[in-house]
Design a protein around this ligand. Structure first.
Ligand code: URA
Length: 200
């Protein structure tokens, strides 16, 4: 069994939060163990809880369309969430739940070692861009320890708010160039370097 499958089993057995009692299935995440890009959403919803898979409801369909706009399929990227259990009534995750689940996301990142982490929505952004506001930080990237962090609005927000659609679609289109620039630097420059496209 791969390290990632073992980790997903461990996540599925986790009982650290009270909400574990109410879930149908945990939703650890899915995608290749060597994915170059990891998308991190907020929390599973009803559909995800039923199937044990991330982004399989309407927001997931839209995420698939966004991926197609940069010639990617969901099978080529790793998709997960900040918290791995559906909060009852789809309420926002509590700080204690985010804190408990953080260890899982960190271990997923250690195993997959993606070149790029794309945060979807406020909760995910807050983990990697602490203290920032999504309206300011969306569409911008930071590079730390060889990983590009790129913030986007949540696809569900764009589904409900027409004005965000153009924004999220334009932000998605920035991903290939960021990834290509990071790859080029990683292959030619062993030393850490500030990339021209990234914010300080
Ligand atoms: N919204 C999320 O943030 N994650 C999912 O998996 C589905 C919807």
């Amino acid at each position: 069994m791969s390290a990632l499958s073992e980790l997903c089993d461990e996540i599925a057995r986790c009982q650290l939060c009270g909400i574990a009692r109410y879930r149908t299935r945990a939703v650890p995440g899915e995608g290749p163990e060597d994915a170059a890009i990891m998308f991190v959403g907020e929390a599973p919803g009803w559909h995800e809880d039923q199937q044990g898979r991330p982004f399989v409801g309407p927001a997931g369909k839209y995420l698939e369309q966004l991926l197609a706009s940069i010639n990617l399929t969901r099978q080529q990227v790793y998709i997960t969430n900040v918290i791995k259990t559906r909060p009852p009534e789809n309420r926002d995750p509590l700080p204690a739940e985010t804190q408990n689940c953080r260890r899982w996301l960190e271990r997923q990142i250690e195993i997959i070692r993606p070149r790029m982490i794309v945060t979807l929505g406020r909760y995910s952004m807050a983990m990697f861009f602490p203290g920032k506001s999504i309206s300011k930080v969306h569409g911008t990237a930071q590079k730390r320890d060889g990983i590009i962090y790129f913030a986007m609005y949540h696809p569900a927000a764009a589904l409900h708010q027409q004005s965000l659609r153009q924004v999220i679609e334009a932000d998605m289109l920035k991903i290939p160039a960021l990834l290509a620039e990071n790859k080029a630097v990683a292959e030619t420059e062993p030393e850490p370097q500030q990339l021209s496209m990234f914010e300080e």
